[in-house]
Design a protein around this ligand. Sequence first.
Ligand code: Z5A
Length: 208
Amino acid sequence: MNQGRFITIEGTEGVGKSTNLAFIRQWLEARGQRVLVTREPGGTPLAEDIRTLLLSPREEPVTPMTELLMIFAARAQHLEQVVKPALARGTWVLCDRFTDSTYAYQGGGRGFDQQVIAQLEDLVQGSLRPDLTLVLDIDVKEGLSRASQRSDPDRFEGETLAFFERVRAVYRGLAERAPERYALVDAGQPLADVQRELADALASLANS
Ligand code: Z5A
């Protein structure tokens, strides 16, 4: 049986990941693929518990190392329990955020050493990397304005504009350095145009 493909979707706040996940799933299913939609941090009961711990605002400061290790602990669980078995059965896995979020938020946002993140990536993932990463890119203020129309802010959504500018810069840098794996999509466009670009990237993967 053919191995499934691993697709991740990334971006800063309010960029439209949730809105576009349903479109991507439908696009793939319409072409005969079995699709599993999942997310990080999370995707298993234990990893979802870690997600709740990570995102809940709290008085006690969370050290950058604690945050980083919790994210990779959730990732290890998610990969072994959900992602790898699905790929092995030939299912395509569509994941809302993955390790590029760690490079962007913990590396760019928090200023954590990217080399340490790379070491943990190798340790936890081995050689597993996404086949395609869709990076939705938007002006940070516009994204925050879209996101502000939602519920109570989580622990990340209270960060400064400068934090999110650093997050965005890391995403753009990753996408620009490896265009064979990343599709950088202007998410400030009308939704139909965003989805046309997403479909082009999916078609390239499906035909490869
Ligand atoms: N995190 C981390 O730090 N390190 C890691 O390694 C990982 C994660 C894996 C939770 O992520 C947090 O986890 C995240 C980083 C951290 N930081 N935060 N916060 P999350 O993915 O669960 O949370 P989120 O970033 O807030 O994503 P979201 O809830 O999926 O929202 P969204 O991507 O912004 O999408 P949306 O809700 O679809 O869109 C927002 C609004 O814009 C909505 O009203 C849409 O109707 C509208 N929209 C969307 N597209 C358009 C277009 N094209 N035009 C006009 N309006 C639009």
